[in-house]
Design a protein around this ligand. Sequence first.
Ligand code: AMP
Length: 638
Amino acid sequence: MTTRAIGIDLGTTNSCVAILENGEPFVIPNDEGGRTTPSVVGFGPDGDRLIGQMARRQAATNPEQTIYAAKRLIGRKVSDEEVRRYRDTVPYAIIPHENGDAWLEINGEMVPPTQISAVILDQMKEVAEAYLGEEVHDAVITVPAYFNDAQRQATKDAGRIAGLNVKRIINEPTAAALAYGLGKQDQERIAVFDLGGGTFDISILELENGVFHVRSTNGDTFLGGEDFDNRIINFLLDGFEAEHGVDLKESKGALQRVKEEAEKAKKKLSSQMEANISLPFIAHGSDGVPLHLETSLTRDQLENMVSDLIEQLVPPCENCMKDAGLSKEDLTSVLLVGGMTRMPRVREKVAEIFGQAPNDGINPDEVVAVGAAIQASALNNEIDDVLLMDVTPLTMGIEIAGGLMEPIIDRNTTIPCRKSKIFTTAMDNQDMVRVHILQGERDMAADNKSLGRLELHGIPPAQRGVPSIEITFAIDADGIMKATVKDDGTGRSADLRILPTSGLSQDEIQQMIDAREQYHGDDGKRKELALAKNELDGLIYNTSRNFEDFADLLGPEEEDLIQQALDDAEDALETEDLIAIQDSHDVLAEAAQKLGDAIYKKGQGGGQSSSASSTSSVVQETPEIEEPDFLDENTFDD
Ligand code: AMP
């Protein structure tokens, strides 16, 4: 039996999962009813973890072990300029792995951001499984179009660690275009402008009869909503320090509260002209007096604070149109994706850049997951008539003499693709070549991203310039590259080794897959214990209340029995012993039954029934009430 394939938008700030049901997209809500889930994971001191909204809620009290925006670090080096800048703005610790990759330190342990993304993907998988009532394996996951090879590979690894068979990695703007264009027959040329929590992407596509051809893509992987939030945060911190002489950066808890309030204010200012900011008891003065942060921010002030960020949106859009060979007049529609496109100033800038008002008809938070679900269904043969022709966002090449980069596959080449170039030796009798593989647009190798090195041994002795060494790059439909080096002249087999410069090894990935399975076992036990404790807690509460009010209805023996059962239950609640908790629940429920009987025998129970039935462990059973016929949906219309 083939199981359903899901589409996941693994966002910097929020993630979303969707499927196609009878050809119609459906966004699956999580167990709190949210259509998106915060991409946040919080870790308790003994390794227990909270995901999504629950993780977000405890961020202010557990800032150092609450990881958000892991997507900004995935597949990156600590030495990357952007990571260095970002490191100073987050309360959690970003540390270098031995290969230089940016990892996290959580409860004293080193954790790769890939693993955090895996936890979020696992959660989205569970959301889908809860809805579908069956296991899910196949998924399409989206990434920013501008993600490089290492970031794509790391995202794919995260999917594997989460127990998913990642059928395809697709670009977020392309996914948005799929969602927009499904079923449309006319030829259209559209720009997809995607400004999310951490990244900015712009793509230009041509659509016609189910063929989605990406013409060009551009963007900035380190420009997003968080940069806007940081401007407000700095405004609040500076203002507070000037007024009270207290630096709130010194308290990670206070900083987290400021961060949350800053984002709230930013969102409010998308629909209001002014936002009040209130953070009572945020700090103490030197005399111990509590201090409050009370201020306000206007939309104009915000727009002034972020004017340079708004300007940074322009060059990628212009370069993207130039690469596509199109001008703004050629575009039939501009789609907005990502929560930040709700900001009025962003919309105005988009209208200015493209000379037309953006399309208002799509939901910027969900459209990417919907597009991923469409692609997932197409790959699963659940629907047809969709052909996606995406492009590689960055040039791939190798380092040549003089520290220069020689391109092999140019950016915006349609993928999958394969290209070869012939090189030769630089010295007489050179028996080995070492190929340094690079990705990026700069002329000097050192300014581009290093993807890895290949070595070819066993070249027969020859004068420099004579051997013919063929280097082939092949990029698959996920945008991930494989490189091979061949000695053409002799046709002899050569010794080929890949020395990855970053990313997780197969062993590390396997360890994380094993840890996930272990975690799932532990999570199940933890959940059962938590549920049993909740149930016992509720029963103790209700029984105690009734006992206080109606103890005089009981004989001394019954009174002792209930008191004893209550004491034992309180003791059991303090333990982590599931069996003891369940047993004391049963004993207390039976004792409470005697109280219930006494109350109703005396005919005094009516006023107490609401407290007695407020938990699932009701003292007396309430009969099921049949809904009268007239209580249908229409009754609620007015
Ligand atoms: P995404 O990664 O697409 O979920 O985008 C999330 C980003 O959009 C975060 O930085 C949010 O603060 C931001 N955002 C969400 N809603 C709004 C809004 N109404 N106004 C401004 N920014 C918003």
